[in-house]
Ligand binder design. Sequence first.
Ligand code: GDP
Length: 292
Amino acid sequence: MAKTKFADKLRNFFGIHKNRDEAFFEELSDLLIEGDLGARTVFELVDELEKTCRSQKIEGEREILLQLKSRLLDFVRATDLQPEPGKVNIYMVLGVNGVGKTTSVAKLAGFYRDGGQSSVIMAAADTFRAAAIEQLQLHGQRLDLRVVAHQHGADPSAVVFDAADAVSAKGGGLVLADTAGRLHNKENLVRELQKIDRVASSKADAGCYKKLLVIDGTTGQNGLRQAEVFHQAVGLDAVILTKYDSTAKGGIAAAIGKEFGIPVAFICFGEGYKDIRPFDADHYLDEFLGLD
Ligand code: GDP
């Protein structure tokens, strides 16, 4: 995937607007807000951009987009998640229903296994939905990887506990835990996640426990609210951005980076196991802005 739909919109916009007047910067702001960068971020960004373009007489499309990119690089951060060999690593995958959590757990499992990581185990810690357990087990069969699951309705922290023991018995490895995401029942969800969080913190080796929030690239600014709720509940280490293939937006990674300082670890662009790659801020912004 080289060029985003948002980049096409930008290209059209520059094709129509030849003058670099006030209206140009106002409409550029509207377009960036549509691209999900978040109103607050955009106003600050475009204000500075306008000043720089005027003072330095920058008028060309590419030059303006490069200015924009260099400012966005201040917010969009990447983080490289590498499980430590010989240790108990636990990655808890969080997010509201439908964002692509279970699929991302499976993709991550395949990614790390193919990268040479030993003992990758998926933990079905969304015990609230029977279908979620079955779905993860199916991924386990297809990927030929072990899934630790308890019965529907069981205590999710016990699932994580057992999965951690299983990798520990193998002399270390990686647990990828799928979790529940029923945000409409927020208090219960937060309590449940905090319990899993305590168990995972105690079972993982120091520095080997990570909390990853899955954000659906098509959901818009709602993603900011989701990041806020999960960040407050357990503290997030990184974001996984999904459905980048089906969004005409995609700027949410920048908005989350600006508001909460959370980096992005992976980007997903399809339903297949291989449709995931480690996030690269430079590459992402080039695609987003159509600079590649
Ligand atoms: P969960 O409820 O958060 O566990 O979400 P699921 O993993 O069940 O995914 C919800 C739907 O989104 C499924 O149909 C997935 O195949 C689809 N999905 C997940 N990730 C991606 C992605 O990166 N791109 C696309 N196009 N679809 C995705």
